[in-house]
Write a protein that binds this ligand. Structure first.
Ligand SMILES: Nc1ncnc2c1ncn2[C@@H]1O[C@H](COP(=O)(O)OP(=O)(O)OP(=O)(O)O)[C@@H](O)[C@H]1O
Ligand SMILES: [Mg+2]
Length: 285
């Protein structure tokens, strides 16, 4: 079991969930910043020799990589390779056993760190939409801003409507999650994660619970975030999307980084037999 659950942690603190796990988080800088050349920009996230075991099973075995400002990095790898565990370590849902994770100049693995403050700088969306079923779209989107960030209602509603407008969901503000399609629910979950402009957005398999018909609309939203300069680390099995949208891909295998490079370098040009084997399953998708 993890130290704390996604409900509390992703709400940037404790927003009590009665019937659903939720994943609300936010805060940070202006996501409308102009995208910059990835190489010359600063690291938003830096992992240095991160290790994590569950019992005798080593799940992350010395992971080091960076995500730079405005970069979209796709975290790829077979099921069980450690993608979600890595995401959960970054969001402080799991404690690393060794190594450091830096969010800009802050070592967030330092036990003295204020975890709620760190989580408030990282937006998170998981596979399951994790909206509260008994709350309207507007309530779901504003909850953490009101309860955790202590925004007043006007400010929270204004920001929520701005985001709902952006995703074409303003007319659904009073709807309940079960009145929405899976794709719409996931877009609401993304809007919720963006409420206060997180410095980093973690997306963990956000389309894998969706009907194939609905995947496109959510991926379009991720593309739009990229256009706006949002810094994103996304675990995904959507290989063609990763190839198209990611600036870099990091391929995990058995808890180590097997490859780290541009989509072309890793997905098309790698001569490593195991890497070629992995991507051969997705050819033509
Ligand atoms: N809380 C836990 N306790 C024990 N083992 C765990 C825990 N969380 C994950 N694991 C194990 O760690 C390994 C990596 O799991 P993880 O969920 O990170 O993989 P993944 O790459 O996200 O896979 P998928 O593509 O299926 O989502 C798996 O063997 C899993 O069983
Ligand atoms: Mg996973």
């Amino acid at each position: 079991m993890s130290d704390i659950d996604e409900t509390t942690a992703t709400a940037a603190s404790t927003v009590s969930a009665t019937s659903a796990e939720t994943s609300v988080a936010a805060a940070g800088s202006d996501s409308a910043a102009t995208p910059a050349a990835a190489d010359s920009s600063l690291p938003v996230l830096r992992l240095d020799q991160v290790r994590k075991s569950f019992g005798s099973a080593t799940v992350l075995n010395g992971i080091s990589f960076e995500v730079r400002e405005h970069e979209v990095v796709a975290l790829l790898g077979p099921s069980g390779s450690g993608k979600s565990t890595l995401m959960r370590c970054i969001n402080l849902l799991e404690r690393v056993d060794d190594g450091q994770i830096w969010l800009r100049d802050c070592d967030i693995t330092d036990p003295r760190v204020n975890q709620d403050r760190i989580r408030a700088r990282i937006g998170v969306v998981f596979q399951q939409f994790n909206l509260f079923p008994h709350m309207s779209v507007l309530k779901n989107v504003t909850l953490a801003a009101l309860k955790v960030l202590h925004w007043n209602k006007d400010r929270a509603n204004e920001r929520a409507f701005e985001l709902l407008d952006r995703i074409g969901m303003r007319s659904k503000a009073d709807a309940y999650p079960d009145q929405l399609s899976g794709g719409q629910q996931q877009r609401v979950a993304i809007a919720r994660a963006l409420m206060s402009d997180p410095e980093l957005l973690l997306l963990d398999e956000i389309t894998s619970a969706l009907d194939p018909m609905l995947v496109g609309e959510v991926l379009d939203m991720v593309s739009e975030l990229k256009q706006n300069g949002t810094t994103i680390l996304m675990a995904t099995h959507e290989m063609s999307f990763a190839h198209r949208a990611a600036d870099r891909v990091v391929l995990l295998r058995h808890g180590v980084i097997a490859q780290n490079g541009t989509p072309a370098q890793v997905m098309d040009e790698s001569q490593d037999p195991a890497t070629k084997e992995f991507f051969s399953h997705f050819r033509g998708l």
